[in-house]
Design a protein around this ligand. Structure first.
Ligand code: F6P
Length: 561
């Protein structure tokens, strides 16, 4: 246990508190900009292709200086270096945290327990590339000799959200002749809808599970295997002249696994030759650029996948080398601490102005909330400060016609990230591409309205009746970050994800929590296993609380009538 002072006993923490309660108590973005218009250019940080404007935040040079002092006091960069070096920074699971090694160049050296892991990373990437090319070219066929036209990824959490999000984000780069779907929910409806119009003879299942024990994934994979064998019918038998079990051979052509657990993969009946491996130093929610990216790689091709990894690496290097005042993940992390701990902001909205990023915030929810939704510090003591925010949001402009009302006039402070691109993705019809300026005009307008609002005087000057003035006044002062990139390419997507990965790291480092475990998901899993027999065969579940017992009884009665 470290004898470093607890976060809220540090003088830097107290100084931030005083700063908030003093000069920043009535801070107004209108006044801050009036006094210092130069902040529009000064509070911009560049990371790779990303231009990150944080000028519309309730901060001054003094705030930034105090936040940077807090980062220095909590040794964020020392903690960063320990992670990159492969130290076991995931203390409760005693594991190294090396998703950055997944995008390290071939000649890099990253050691875990004295062994350089980079050659193994590239060996798997090369195998993935060879396999992806075989599927894309039609050389890899199904059991009956037909070409694979459908890829169904079965996984959940980190084994689903990354590739599913990126598949949507990079649709413009995908092979449009392939149908790629993602199944995660144990609700049979998910698999049912995903395969109902597919031909089993042309379908490849990619079963993605780090542990290969996750009940949702194993249940869906088992059902998918039955669907395949049922659907192949006679085709499921061994092709003539071919010895061996037809079912085994069919599974070998239609199932591959992405996992760290070769034993369980073999136990499930997937040939270990069809397994693409990763390692326990890759956390599930950080695994997207490991073998877990295989479905995406099949969709966009190995070259585009490598561009994506290059994007991640660009931000890794930025995070590793940029000085504190120009370090984008550090600054964004500090801003999150500023609002969460000193403004009592409970949530953080991520609002991409790109339809292709429709799953981006859902991906970030796991990244951020599973990492930093913690109540105990690395010292084992309850934290006495706020940790991770509730992360939410959907693409603009749709959100504008739904929940932005609360962002503009509600009683809560919701810091938001507005993400936009200078150009639409290539290949769109000119008339649709021309809509891009309107989309971006909305992004800029929202940032402006949230920051500067509309005063009662301005409302009155428009001739609004006095009784309506309060309703039509916008107080502004709602903080936003604007992230602008040239275009949504694979590299830019990688840069965006790495930016958030490292921002989450920075916050966990300051809050002194373990951002890499997820014990909070365990209890529900255990209880579901315990309750299930009560649903299926009416078994008595010892110790079931009265409320849950009544619900189970009501469910059974409804179901069985
Ligand atoms: O339940 C949470 C979790 O462990 C996530 O951290 C993980 O991404 C997900 O389940 C899936 O786990 P696996 O890849 O082992 O199936």
């Amino acid at each position: 246990m470290s004898d470093a002072p607890r976060l809220n006993r540090r003088p830097e923490w107290a100084e931030l508190g005083d700063h908030r309660a003093g000069p920043m108590l009535h801070a107004s973005l209108r006044e801050l900009f009036a006094a210092d218009p130069g902040r529009a250019e000064r509070y911009v940080v560049r990371a790779g292709d990303l231009r990150i404007d944080y000028s519309k935040h309730l901060i001054t040079d003094e705030t930034l200086a105090l936040l940077l002092e807090l980062a220095a006091a909590t040794d964020v960069f020392g903690q960063r270096d320990a992670m990159f070096r492969g130290e076991r920074v995931n203390i409760t699971e005693d594991r190294a945290v090396l998703h950055t090694a997944l995008r390290a160049p071939r000649d890099a050296v990253v050691e875990v327990d004295g062994e350089n892991v980079v050659p193994a990373v590239h060996a798997v990437l090369d195998r993935m590339a060879a396999f992806a090319e075989r599927v894309r070219s039609g050389e890899w066929t199904g059991h009956t000799g037909r070409r694979i036209r459908n890829v169904v990824n079965i996984g959940i959490g980190g084994s689903d959200l990354g590739p599913a999000m990126a598949y949507e984000a990079l649709r413009a780069y995908t092979d449009r002749s392939l149908t790629v779907r993602f199944v995660s929910n144990v609700d049979g409806a998910d698999l049912h809808e995903a395969v109902r119009d597919l031909d089993p003879a042309e379908t490849l299942f990619v079963v993605a599970s780090k542990t290969f024990t996750t009940i949702e994934t194993i249940t869906n994979a088992t059902s998918a295997r039955s669907w395949l064998l049922r659907g192949l019918g006679d085709g499921g038998a061994a092709p003539s002249g071919d010895a061996g079990s037809g079912a085994e051979k069919a599974v070998a052509r239609h199932f591959v696994a992405l996992s760290t657990n070769a034993e369980k993969v073999a136990g499930f009946g997937i040939d270990p030759d069809n397994m693409f491996e990763f390692w326990d130093w890759v956390g599930g929610r950080y695994s997207f650029d490991s073998a877990i990216g295989l479905s995406l790689m099949i969709a966009i091709g190995p070259d585009r996948f490598r561009e994506l990894l290059d994007g991640f690496r660009t931000i890794d290097e930025h995070f590793r080398t940029a000085p504190p005042q120009a370090n984008a993940p550090l600054l964004l992390g500090l801003l999150g601490v500023w609002y969460g701990d000193f403004f009592d902001a409970q949530s953080h909205a991520v609002l991409p102005y790109s339809h292709y990023l429709s799953r981006f915030t859902a991906y970030l929810q796991q990244l951020d909330m599973e990492s930093n939704g913690k109540q105990v510090g690395r010292d084992g003591l309850p934290v006495e400060w706020q940790t991770g925010p509730v992360v939410w949001g959907t693409p603009g402009t749709n959100g504008q016609h739904a929940y932005y009302q609360l962002l503009h006039q509600g009683t809560k402070t919701v810091p938001a990230d507005l993400i936009g691109f200078a150009r639409p993705v290539a290949g769109m019809e000119p008339e649709l591409a021309a809509q891009h300026d309107l989309l971006m005009a909305n992004l800029f307008a929202q940032g402006q309205a949230l920051a500067f609002g509309k005063t009662a005087e301005e409302v009155r000057a428009e001739g609004v009746p006095e009784e309506q003035v309060p309703h039509r006044t916008f107080h502004g002062n709602r903080p936003t970050t604007t992230v602008l990139a040239p275009e949504l390419t694979p590299s830019v997507l990688g840069q965006l994800i790495a930016l958030y990965e490292h921002k989450v790291f920075v916050q966990g480092a300051i809050w002194n929590i373990d951002s890499f475990d997820q014990w909070g998901v365990e209890l529900g899993k255990v209880l579901a296993k315990r309750v299930e027999p009560a649903l299926t065969d009416g078994a008595d579940v010892p110790g079931l609380d009265p409320s849950t017992a009544a619900l189970v009884a009501a469910y059974r009665a409804l179901r069985d009538t």
